[in-house]
Design a protein around this ligand. Structure first.
Ligand code: GLU
Length: 505
């Protein structure tokens, strides 16, 4: 078999949708596991839909996610240029070849003429049944066509589809898909107005010239596949035609239909990898990165939307995915976008992540709140608290008490836990804590205080709850002696003193 070469070929028409990220991921996994190559191509032949910044956005997204390309726009390679707008001359050669071979023709129909036809004929399609009633080279002949082109008349080149032919798309995921050519229209392949091919022609020419062996893309491109198979045939490239694999759609988390940006807005989750600032409207759309997702969690989550390893295993690193992924195991039916599962993955990956990495991120929130502290302490707090969160940004509100001493105390907690004898017991505890020095030793501290409680005959709850109230201000937080370990002796005693002054005597 030829060396596997796959490509991700977005059109820079806006931010990359999360479905596109999944397509790129599956291509990447497939390339890596076959020791193949992954090409990044920009399909920008539709200049009307070009959005500035989109290309840079896409590149940055993959950088963040750790999906690497071997060649393409911004990466170089021997089959460039990889931006279709820079390949005009290349396509023109094949447009001319198709015209010469009588497999395509020149059409001059104005938008008005096409509109009138659509009104006249229900479900109008430009094809074998209608083309002879239109304004094209098949009707007016070669000489007149040449004259009008020389005259500067605007034209398009359309593929000439023979009706009644059985076209077979051999899809790795879907098997053989048969389509009758009669339902396909004579698609436009080239427009003289901008001297550019349309998506269909450029896509096929580039896949051929870049030696692409497998076309792995979203299900929305399946309807175009029969035309692409025909184009390979018309261009004489059937023997080296890539294998197709059309991935299942991503569906709404609730109900039916394709996942859209509106679902994300409605249910509160991002549909883009990075935050996107629309250059025209100024609208800002949320991104996975800015929402606090770890890239490896996003990868793992997306990998399982439309594929599974055939076991119960859910947590898989990128390297594991490379070895476990099988294109044949992708599902045909759409994958529900379960964003709660995405949060679950983030929680799992936070638990596996290095505390230092999380601490560095959390430090930004700490600094933003005007607190100065050292990284070692933040790292320690992360270790104690990360099991309670799914996102790093949830840590600061949950942990601020480690740095900011309480200035008030929860009323309900006081009523419930601050009994008549409590001040006396807490003063005794103060002496115990003042005589103790091994605050860093969490188990030791606990054993020490517990032994004292036992000796005194104090029920543990009558000691620990008011102690917590004094240090935290309410009855929440991690293990009591994790709190004292982080606060240290000086701060623990200081908070107790403050509490004695503020709480009922
Ligand atoms: N330019 C197309 C897109 O935006 C590429 C489709 C394909 O992969 O053939 O997705």
């Amino acid at each position: 078999m030829d060396k596997v070469r796959v490509r991700f070929a977005p059109s820079p028409t806006g931010p990359l949708h999360i479905g596109g990220v999944r397509t790129a991921l599956y291509n990447y996994l497939f390339a890596r596991q076959h020791g193949g190559e992954f090409v990044f191509r920009i399909e920008d032949t539709d200049s009307n839909r070009f959005v500035p910044g989109a290309e840079e956005y896409i590149i940055e997204s993959f950088k963040w996610l750790g999906i690497k390309f071997d060649e393409g726009v911004s990466f170089g390679g021997e089959y460039g240029p990889y931006r279709q707008s820079e390949r005009k001359e290349i396509y023109k050669v094949y447009v001319d070849q198709l015209l010469r071979d009588g497999l395509a023709y020149v059409a001059f129909d104005t938008p008005e003429k096409l509109e009138a036809k659509r009104k006249e004929i229900p479900n109008f399609q430009y094809d074998a049944t209608t083309r002879l009633s239109m304004d094209n080279s098949l009707v007016i002949g070669g000489e007149e066509t040449a004259r009008r082109i020389a005259n500067g008349d605007k034209y398009v080149v359309r593929i000439k589809i023979e009706p009644g032919e059985d076209i077979v798309v051999n899809d790795i995921i879907r098997g053989e898909v048969h389509i009758n050519s009669s339902i396909i229209d004579d698609k436009v392949l080239y427009k003289s107005a901008d001297n550019l091919p349309t998506y269909h022609l450029a896509n096929i020419v580039d896949d051929h010239m870049m030696h692409i062996t497998h076309v792995i893309r979203g299900e929305e491109w399946l309807p175009s596949a029969p035309l692409h198979v025909l184009l390979y045939k018309y261009l004489g490239w059937s023997d080296t035609m890539p294998r197709f694999a059309h991935l299942p759609l991503l569906l709404k988390p609730d109900g039916n239909g394709k996942l859209s940006k509106r679902d994300g807005d409605r249910l509160g989750f991002p549909v883009f990898p990075l935050e996107w600032h629309d250059p025209k409207t100024g609208d800002v759309s949320s991104g996975y990165r800015e929402s606090g997702y770890l890239p490896e969690a996003v990868i793992n989550f997306l990998a399982l939307l439309g594929w599974n390893p055939g076991t119960e295993q859910e947590i898989m690193s990128l390297d594991e995915l490379v070895s476990l992924f099988r294109l044949e195991r992708c599902s045909k039916s759409g994958a529900k976008f379960d964003f709660e599962k995405g949060k679950w993955f983030n929680h799992q990956y936070l638990q596996m992540a290095d505390n230092r990495r999380i601490a560095e991120e959390m430090m930004k929130d700490i600094t933003a709140n005007g607190v100065v502290t050292d990284m070692a302490k933040v790292e320690q707090v992360v270790g104690f608290m990360k099991s309670r969160v799914s996102f790093i940004k949830e840590l600061w509100p949950l942990c601020s008490f480690f740095w900011i001493a309480p200035t008030s105390y929860d009323e309900k907690a006081i009523q419930k836990r601050w009994k008549e004898e409590t001040p006396r017991i807490m003063h005794e505890l103060y002496d115990v804590m003042a005589a103790w020095d091994n605050y860093d030793d969490i188990e030791g501290s606990e054993a020490h205080v517990k032994a004292w409680c036992e000796q005194k005959g104090y029920p543990l709850g009558n000691v620990m709850n008011p102690f917590r109230l004094m240090l935290v201000g309410e009855l929440k937080g991690p293990h009591m002696f994790e709190v004292t370990a982080v606060l240290g002796k000086e701060e623990t005693l200081r908070r107790m003193e403050t509490a004695f002054a503020a709480l009922p005597k």
